[in-house]
Design a protein around this ligand. Structure first.
Ligand code: GDP
Ligand code: MG
Length: 424
C-alpha cells in the first residue's frame, strides 16, 4: 500500500514531467514553486538546534516550553558525558534535534571520559555528522551583565566551524530566560491583567534593557551579522509526577517560536510548527503552502492543458488539505482529511484514496469547467481549498463555516488575476 506521502511525491513527479514539455521561460517560475513545495512537504525533518548556555540557564526548560509538555529533564544534573552529541527530543507531535554543548562552559568534569581530545572537538565531530540550522544562545536574565565573554567566545568558535562547513552564516538567536525573575519579582508577566499597569511597565522596561544589553554584546562581537534577534522569555512550567501540568508561566514563547521557524530551512518548518502547537505559526506555514499551491495551479493552468491533464492540479489540492491537517497536529492523511472532504460535500470512500478524492475534488472545485481551466479559476480554486482547510483544521471552525469560507475565498480570489503584472 502506498502512503499518502508517496502519492504526493508521485503527484509532484508528474507535475515535473508536465513541465518538461513547456518552454523554459514559462516553466521556470513553476519549477521554483514546485521545488519549494517539495522541500516543505516531502523532505521534512526535525529542526537541528545548537543550544549554548550554562548549566541552570534554562536549556531543558526552554525545550519543554517549546513542546508544551515535558520532554527534557529539568533540574540539577552534573555535567555528564554526551556533550557534543545530537539528542533527539520527541513530543507527541514531532521532534527536535538538539546539539548539547553542555560541559563546554562548565568547570566540573563529565562523569565519563570522552573519546575526543578536547570538549570542543567533540562538538565539531557532531557538526560534521549533521549541520545545525540555528544556534540558540541562552542566558539567564540576571547573568547578562556577568562575565559572558567566554560564552560568546565559544559561540564564535562553533559558528565559525559551522560557517566553514556549510558555507552559510548560521543564524544566532539570543534568548534571555528567567525574565519573570526580574524586579518587581512578584509581578506576573504571563498574567498581567491582574497586575498594576505601572508595575508591569516597570518590569517590561527592565526586560527591554536586558535584551538590548545582550544584543549589544553580540553586536560587538564577530557574530554581529548573524544575530537574528534577542528575545526575553519565561520558560517556567511545573509538572506533577504523573506528567500533568501544575503551572504554566510561559511568556513570549510563541513569539520566540515564530522567529525560530522563520530562520529554519523549509525542510524543518512544518515539523516545528506542528509540534509547537502555536496556531499563529501554523497559520503562517499554511498560508505559505496555500500560496505556493495556488500560484503553482495558476502556472499550470496558464499553459492551456486539456481538462484531462488537470488531475495533477487537484491532486495538489488534496495534498494541500492533507498537509494543513498534518500541520495542525492530525495524523498525516487519515480520517481528518476524509471528514473534511466529506463535510465539504465530497463523496470520498472510507479509505483515503488520493485518486478518488482527486476525481471528486475536480467536480467540486471546477464545476462546469469547459475544456480548459483558466489560470484565474485554478488559482482561486486552490486558494479557497487552502483557506477552508486552514479554517477547519487550524482555527477549528465548523464544517459549515469552512464551507462558507471556501465560497468567499474563491470569489475574492477570482477577482484577482494571478498572472497579471502590476496594474498600470
Ligand atoms: N522562573 C523561571 N525559572 C526557570 C526558567 N527557566 C528555567 N527555570 C528553572 O531554572 C532551573 C534550571 O533549569 P534547566 O532547564 O534545568 O536548566 P539547564 O541546566 O540549562 O537545562 C530549573 O529549576 C527551572 O525550573 C524561567 O524562565 N523562569
Ligand atoms: Mg538541562
Amino acid at each position: 500500500m502506498t502512503s499518502l506521502r508517496d502519492e504526493i511525491a508521485d503527484g509532484v513527479g508528474r507535475l515535473e514531467q508536465l513541465l518538461e514539455k513547456l518552454p523554459d521561460v514559462v516553466a521556470r517560475g513553476v519549477k521554483d514553486r514546485l521545488e519549494e513545495l517539495r522541500l516543505l512537504l516531502l523532505e521534512q525533518r526535525p529542526a537541528r538546534l545548537v543550544l549554548v548556555g550554562r548549566r541552570g540557564s534554562g536549556k531543558s526548560s526552554l525545550i519543554n516550553a517549546i513542546f508544551g509538555h515535558p520532554v527534557a529533564e529539568v533540574g540539577h544534573e552534573k555535567a555528564r558525558t554526551g556533550r557534543g552529541r545530537w539528542w533527539t527530543f520527541h513530543g507527541g507531535l514531532g521532534a527536535i534535534d538538539i546539539l548539547d554543548t553542555r560541559g563546554l562552559q562548565e568547570g566540573s568534569a563529565p562523569e565519563q571520559g570522552d573519546s575526543a581530545r578536547t570538549p570542543l572537538s567533540s562538538v565539531l565531530k557532531a557538526i560534521d555528522e549533521k549541520l545545525p540550522d540555528a544556534v540558540v544562545f541562552i542566558v539567564k536574565a540576571k547573568e547578562v551583565d556577568a562575565a559572558i565573554d567566554a560564552d560568546i567566545e565559544l559561540l564564535q568558535e562553533i559558528s565559525h566551524e559551522v560557517n566553514r562547513r556549510g558555507r552559510f552564516q548560521i543564524p544566532i538567536i539570543g534568548v534571555v530566560t528567567h525574565a519573570d525573575e526580574l524586579e518587581p519579582k512578584n509581578v506576573k508577566l504571563h498574567a498581567p491583567e491582574h497586575e498594576d499597569a505601572r508595575d508591569v511597565e516597570e518590569k517590561l522596561e527592565r526586560v527591554r534593557v536586558i535584551e538590548s544589553l545582550l544584543h549589544k554584546r553580540l553586536r560587538d562581537s564577530r557574530l554581529k551579522d548573524q544575530v537574528v534577534t534577542v528575545h526575553a522569555v519565561s520558560s517556567y512550567q511545573s509538572f506533577r509526577p504523573d506528567g500533568s501540568r501544575r503551572a504554566d508561566e510561559r511568556w513570549r514563547i510563541d513569539e520566540l517560536i515564530r522567529f525560530l521557524v522563520l530562520e529554519l530551512p523549509r525542510e524543518a518548518r512544518v515539523e516545528t510548527a506542528r509540534l509547537s502547537q502555536v496556531r499563529s505559526v501554523q497559520r503562517d506555514i499554511a498560508n505559505t503552502l496555500t500560496n505556493v499551491v495556488a500560484s503553482l495551479s495558476a502556472g499550470i493552468a496558464a499553459v492551456p492543458i486539456p481538462i484531462a491533464d488537470i488531475a495533477p492540479l487537484t491532486s495538489l489540492q488534496v495534498s494541500l488539505i492533507a498537509s494543513i491537517s498534518y500541520l495542525s497536529g492530525q495524523r498525516f492523511g487519515t480520517k481528518a482529511a476524509v471528514e473534511f472532504l466529506a463535510g465539504m460535500g465530497l463523496n470520498v470512500g472510507a479509505g483515503f484514496v488520493l485518486r478518488e478524492a482527486t476525481r471528486g475534488l475536480l467536480k467540486w472545485v471546477f464545476p462546469g469547467a469547459g475544456s480548459v481551466v483558466s489560470a484565474a479559476v485554478a488559482y482561486a480554486g486552490s486558494y479557497a481549498v487552502g483557506r477552508a482547510a486552514m479554517a477547519y483544521f487550524i482555527d477549528q471552525v465548523s464544517l459549515e463555516e469552512a464551507k462558507s469560507r471556501f465560497q468567499r475565498a474563491r470569489e475574492e480570489a477570482e477577482h484577482q488575476d494571478p498572472t497579471a503584472g502590476d496594474p498600470e
